[in-house]
Design a protein around this ligand. Structure first.
Ligand code: FES
Ligand code: ZN
Length: 314
């Protein structure tokens, strides 16, 4: 296989683009795709303060690396979730990357910040991944606002976005569909949230990290088994195997033809947001979902009442 651009030996095949690339041209292609996503969706404007949510995985480290190389002086934020050795190793990867690139990494620890870890949140009514997503959205947004960042960058890639779209479509979850955009504008209580990797697949971000010699945590989160999102990804991978490009067609079709029809709903959703009576975060309820989660996760476990024999005589 020859590189599409320079005819050198290719090392990465990008099936949905019907092309293969040598390491140098592949890295160049990744930069172009990220630049294009940023430009098309006006994700970052010049002079803005940028914060990258870093998990220690391939996507968040790749997007941080790409932004730095594209000239954005981006800082990172790492949230320690308290998932034993998994969290220790992912934190190490985030720290090692920051040190290697001479970049600033803000660290937050879930347990010391809010009094519970993700394994403790698993005892609540929420699935661990859903509790984790909620905690991340809440604390990362809060950190961005507290430190005066204009934009919060996440490492969601094309596969993530397609799997979320697929799940929301299966359930016709209209408010979530209305919110599914590569860039969500800033609004009261929210920093702008953007996904510059939306044009790159999971395979591409992994290849990028290998070529760039970025150490990332390869193992899956131990709390993720049974996660529906992973099932959707598997199904979509089977589809992509048979029909390369199907994922990108699905996502781009939604963005071009359906998302604009949901603009009014998205605006209504934004308008209906008030503030949490406890923490002041944006919410449509009296108390936000994060405060409710914290109540449940930090509540002492209920003692089982001993059953007494009913001795009354009827
Ligand atoms: Fe959030 Fe695993 S990383 S539950
Ligand atoms: Zn709250």
């Amino acid at each position: 296989m020859k590189c599409r651009r320079c005819e050198e030996q290719a090392v990465v095949e990008v099936r949905h683009a019907h092309a293969a690339y040598c390491p140098t041209c592949f890295v160049e292609r990744c930069r172009e795709q990220v630049s294009r996503a940023i430009g098309e969706h006006r994700m970052i404007r010049s002079g803005e303060k940028v914060l990258v949510a870093v998990s220690g995985g391939k996507d968040s480290l790749a997007v941080w690396d790409l932004l730095l190389d594209l000239g954005y002086p981006a800082d990172g934020v790492y949230l320690g979730l308290g998932i034993g050795g998994y969290s220790d190793r992912s934190g190490d990867c985030a720290r090692a990357f920051a040190e290697r690139r001479g970049a600033t990494l803000i660290e937050i620890d879930l347990a010391s910040e809010v009094g519970f870890t993700i394994p403790q949140a698993a005892n609540t009514r929420r699935m661990p991944c859903s509790a984790c997503g909620l905690a991340k959205r809440h604390l990362l947004n809060k950190t961005a606002l507290d430190h005066g960042y204009d934009v919060l960058v996440t490492g969601h890639n094309l596969d993530d976005e397609v799997a979320v779209l697929f799940g929301n479509t299966l359930q016709w979850n209209m408010p979530y569909l209305a919110r599914q955009r590569p860039a969500l504008p800033e609004s009261s209580g929210f920093a702008r949230r953007v996904k510059p990797l939306v044009r790159l697949t999971e395979r591409e971000t992994a290849a990028y990290c290998v070529i760039r010699r970025i150490d990332y945590i390869v193992e899956e989160c131990p709390m993720a088994s049974g996660n529906r999102h992973l099932l959707y990804k598997e199904l979509l991978n089977t589809l992509e195997e048979r029909d390369p490009g199907a994922k990108a067609t699905f996502l781009n079709g939604f963005a071009d033809r359906v998302a604009p029809l949901l603009d009014d709903l998205a605006a209504q959703e934004r308008d209906s947001v008030g503030t949490c009576s406890r923490c002041g975060s944006p919410t449509t309820a009296e108390v936000c979902a994060f405060c409710r989660l914290r109540d449940q996760a930090t509540r002492p476990p209920r003692r089982r009442k001993k059953r007494r024999r009913d001795r009354s005589v009827h």
